[in-house]
Design a protein around this ligand. Structure first.
Ligand SMILES: [Mg+2]
Length: 180
C-alpha cells in the first residue's frame, strides 16, 4: 500500500508549538487550548486584532523547526516502512511562510532521517498525489482531482464532528485500522 501521512498535527505538533510561543509572548491575551479548538486554522478562532500576532509567530524563522513529534508518530512512520509499505509525508505549506518549505524538510531530516527527506511531498493540493490512504487531521481534504486515497482522519478535537470517515490516533491499534 501507499500510505500518505500528513505532517502537521499528525506527525509534528504545530498546535503545541504555537500555543507555547503565543502564551510566552502574550501572557495577557486569552488563548484557546487544543481541546477547545474547533477549526483546523488557528487564526479563525481568535479576534481579528490578534491575528497579526499569530501570523508573526507562524512566519518567523525556526517556527516550523520547533514542533515536537506527536507521541507515537515517528515509530508508526518507521513501522509502516518496515512492514513493506510505501510511506510518504504529504504536507501543505503555509503559503505566507516561504521558509516553511525548507523548515519542513529540516524537521523531517532531524526527526526521521535523510531517507525520509526523499519521501517528503509538499503540495497545496493533496488530491494530485496518488496513494491508498491519506492520514490527515483536516475534516475535509479537497482539491481539483477525485482522490485515489481513502482519507483516514487523525483524531483531533476540531474534527470529532466528522462521522463518515474512519479515524485513528497513534495511541490506538492503528495497524488494525489501516489493515497493514
Ligand atoms: Mg494536518
Amino acid at each position: 500500500m501507499i500510505i500518505l501521512l500528513d505532517l502537521d498535527e499528525v506527525i509534528a505538533d504545530f498546535e503545541g508549538a504555537f500555543l507555547k510561543t503565543f502564551r510566552q509572548r502574550h501572557p495577557e491575551l486569552p488563548f484557546i487550548p487544543l481541546e477547545e479548538r474547533t477549526t483546523t486554522r488557528i487564526p479563525e478562532q481568535y479576534p481579528a486584532e490578534v491575528i497579526p500576532l499569530i501570523e508573526e509567530i507562524f512566519t518567523e524563522k525556526g517556527f516550523f523547526l520547533s514542533f515536537e513529534p506527536i507521541p507515537g508518530a515517528l515509530e508508526a512512520a518507521t513501522k509502516i516502512l518496515e512492514k513493506g509499505h510505501q510511506a510518504y509525508i504529504c504536507t501543505s505549506p503555509l503559503h505566507k511562510s516561504p521558509r516553511c518549505y525548507t523548515e519542513k524538510y529540516e524537521w523531517v531530516l532531524n526527526h526521521l532521517g535523510r531517507e525520509w527527506t526523499k519521501r517528503l511531498i509538499i503540495t497545496k493540493d493533496k488530491t494530485l498525489v496518488h496513494g491508498d490512504i491519506l492520514v490527515d487531521d483536516r475534516p475535509e481534504v479537497k482539491g481539483i482531482m477525485q482522490p485515489t486515497w481513502e482519507h483516514v482522519l487523525y483524531t483531533q478535537p476540531y474534527n470529532t464532528h466528522v462521522k463518515d470517515k474512519r479515524r485513528l490516533t497513534w495511541q490506538e491499534d492503528w495497524e488494525s485500522i489501516l489493515k497493514i
